[in-house]
Write a protein that binds this ligand. Structure first.
Ligand code: VGL
Ligand code: ZN
Length: 186
């Protein structure tokens, strides 16, 4: 399936955390079904000694994105809570590079590129192409993939490795990503 991985590629796994999986505070239907798929891609990345980047939504208590604070979402992914932990079946390599986001007091960060320095780090490592998967398809995955294109990376969305909160929004997100030059990989 993924023998396409080559030098200059990296895997970018977006927010595969308990709160975005069934039973979580902002659970995506079948969100956990992407975990075994991602594990196969992780194994391939390791075989080819390619870097694995993993972002996590990492909010302080009382974050402005929470409905109690007037934001759009129920409280989720609070720092150091079980809901903010990566899904326990996700086999992240020990040398994965973590990107924490959503800890700012002035704005939310849906994209793993939003004021995190990620684009610079990827350029520094000679990464040209990104394989993206994770949760949720129409929120942080979309924002991340669009920013990846903007930053000049060839970007592939692993469709079997992402799920949407809402099916219609997910479809719209796919269209937006495709229009921006993201390759939808099945
Ligand atoms: C996300 C909603 C709120 C995501 C993060 O990771 O897709 N969605 N915060
Ligand atoms: Zn969030």
């Amino acid at each position: 399936m993924n023998k396409q991985l080559q030098t200059g590629d990296a895997l970018l796994i977006v927010d595969v955390q308990n709160d975005f999986c069934p039973g979580g505070k902002l659970g995506v239907e079948d969100g956990d079904t992407i975990v075994p798929v991602l594990n196969q891609w992780i194994a391939q990345a390791e075989t080819h000694q390619l870097p694995v980047f993993a972002s996590r939504d990492w909010h302080p208590l009382g974050h402005l994105s929470f409905s109690e604070q007037g934001g759009p979402w129920p409280e989720h992914c609070v720092q150091d809570t079980p809901g903010a932990a990566f899904h326990s079946d996700l086999q992240l390599p020990k040398n994965s590079i973590l990107i924490s986001k959503g800890a700012r007091f002035d704005k939310d960060q849906y994209s793993a590129f939003d004021d995190t320095g990620l684009a610079e780090e990827l350029h520094k490592r000679g990464i040209k192409r990104l394989w993206v998967g994770g949760l949720a398809q129409e929120v942080c995955v979309q924002a991340t993939a669009l920013d990846a294109r903007e930053a000049g990376f060839e970007t592939l969305l692993i469709q079997k490795a992402t799920r949407a909160i809402d099916a219609k929004d997910g479809e719209q997100a796919l269209k937006k990503m495709r229009d921006a030059g993201v390759i939808l990989q099945d």
